[in-house]
Design a binder for this molecule. Structure first.
Ligand code: AMP
Length: 502
């Protein structure tokens, strides 16, 4: 039996692991010293097949920003016209455009590349490294996604893996994968909270681990809160300082802002171990009368913590919310497991000190835990075909009824697989099919909701005045969504969920 490769395709970094024929865990090496592949792709020329991935592409973030794509996972599986993309796309120096299917794509040397293909390039690269390390090919993988990933984002991750030539055996939520890893390290019965703060997203998930089976009790977080927001906030303060001291505004210059953000990230990482660091970014602007301006600041850990506290507090707020939904308090948590590179910041640990027991970096590797969890799931699936997982829905699924009223059909924290229905009263007597829009959203009022697609109710269902049909939605173990319309007496029709462009 060929092993299934566990792949953690992250916003910032990608890593992978598998269990060899002897049952030994193997981590895919990237460089001599590191097992994380920066999720960065550089296109050096208009021949898009000749792109570079990882450490060598990362260095181009400064020299060739227009053709260097990073953080693309944030926009993967999102419609270009969505609120989310409009809000965030200006932060990136590469050109984000609308792809032929309405989803986000990048424009490189005048050619539109769907983000699924960019993601596919990263996945293909880590798979090639895995094949070299293992000495045999891989045909199947387990992919991880943030707990808040929408149906369309999950689909996009699946397609990216398929474009790299792999069959996707399962898609698992990152915190759940981290818990699987943890469950294999620890004694039989525990309640754990996974605090996962990576480069792009934050997830908090409470789980019960029992005899290596993981049951998710509640999950929550913030799909746009991660280490890169920390870097951007620091870069903003650098820009403000430049404005004050040199009288130049660099905020609208994406190239300079990216350089400031990279310098901020470097300083931030160093300040996890040092107390103070000198940040210097040469030639950020030109004086009106000629001459260049260098940016320079002495940043202490204390000052950085002060600046970043609001972001940490957002994580803490989301964590408290998740605990409350699980009906638990910090004292009920046997261990709080820190995953994601940003949890290496000492303030994160200090701010969580009211939990009785925090995982140590030596025990639970913050960057590789998710990939190892995916590998464990892959091993379980290849041995027993059972995942040993009981996961829950993070993003509720709602339907917008005729007249604009929105009804939540599947509530957050519902265990998967599940089926829920909503009566369709008062369907209008039009002769054309009635469209109903399905979407995912954390808040009913949120503008950031993700449209899944539209189902069309045909006329025959509306002319039967004697029955009120119901819309029935099913979410599978793999978080795939399907829809049916049903009526008393056994009448039913499978509905196609059409993902149309807006
Ligand atoms: P991940 O997505 O788990 O690879 O996490 C990447 C994020 O962790 C990036 O935003 C990094 O800047 C951040 N990070 C990595 N190492 C450290 C560190 N030692 N201290 C603070 N942040 C870090």
């Amino acid at each position: 039996m060929q092993p299934i490769l566990g792949i953690d395709f992250g916003t910032t970094n990608t890593s992978a692991a598998w269990f060899d024929a002897q049952g030994k865990l193997k981590i895919v090496p990237v460089t001599d010293r590191s097992a994380v592949l920066p999720s960065v792709v550089w296109f050096p020329s208009a021949d898009l097949t000749k792109c570079l991935v990882g450490p060598s592409a990362r260095t181009q973030l400064i020299d060739d920003q227009k053709h260097t794509v990073f953080g693309a996972k944030r926009f993967l599986g999102r419609r270009f016209n969505s609120e989310f993309v409009s809000k965030h796309r200006d932060r990136f120096a590469f050109d984000l455009v609308e792809g032929g299917d309405g989803y986000s794509a990048v424009l490189i040397y005048g050619q539109t590349i769907p983000l699924v293909d960019v993601a596919g390039v990263v996945v293909r690269d880590i798979v090639a490294r895995a094949v070299r390390a293992a000495g045999h090919p891989f045909t199947q993988c387990v992919m991880t996604v943030p707990a808040h990933a929408s149906v369309r984002q999950r689909e996009a991750v699946r397609r990216a893996a398929e474009s790299a030539g792999l069959k996707v055996a399962a898609i698992v939520n990152e915190p759940t994968a981290a818990a699987l890893y943890y469950a294999n390290l620890r004694s039989p019965k525990q309640t754990v909270l996974i605090f996962d703060l990576g480069g792009g997203t934050f997830d908090a998930t409470v789980m019960r681990v029992e005899n290596r089976v993981v049951k998710v009790l509640a999950t929550g977080g913030d799909g746009f809160l991660g280490g890169s927001n920390f870097d951007e906030l620091l870069a903003e303060t650098f820009a403000a300082q430049l404005e004050q001291e040199a009288g130049v505004s660099v905020r609208s210059n994406r190239t300079v802002m990216q350089r400031l953000a990279l310098a901020a990230e470097f300083a931030k990482i160093q300040l996890s171990r040092l107390e103070v660091i000198d940040v210097r970014v040469p030639v950020v602007a030109q004086r009106p009368g000629g001459g260049f301006i260098d940016f320079q600041v002495r940043l202490t850990r204390e000052r950085m913590e002060e600046l970043l506290t609001p972001l940490i507090e957002r994580c803490i707020g989301a964590t408290e919310d998740v605990l409350q939904r699980a009906g638990l308090q910090p004292k009920d948590i046997d261990e709080l497991v820190l995953v994601g590179g940003q949890t290496r910041m000492p303030l994160v640990r200090r701010r969580l000190a009211h939990f009785p027991n925090l995982s140590s970096e030596k025990d639970v590797h913050p960057e590789l835990g998710v990939a190892v969890g995916a590998a464990i799931l892959g091993r379980n699936l290849s041995r027993t075909r059972s995942s040993g997982l009981n996961d829950v829905i993070a993003m509720p699924v709602s339907v917008m009824l005729v007249g604009g009223r929105t009804v939540e059909v599947i509530a957050p924290n519902t265990p998967v697989p599940c089926t829920r229905s909503v009566p369709l009263e008062g369907l209008p007597p039009w002769s054309a099919p009635v469209p109903l829009v399905l979407f995912e959203s954390l808040e009913q009022t949120s503008v950031d909701r993700e449209i899944i697609g539209t189902v069309h109710i045909s006329e025959e269902w509306r002319t039967r005045a004697d029955v009120t049909p119901s819309l029935e939605l099913t979410v599978g173990q793999d978080f795939s969504l399907s829809a049916r319309i049903v009526a008393p007496g056994g009448m039913q029709t499978q509905l196609q969920i059409v993902d149309q462009r807006r």
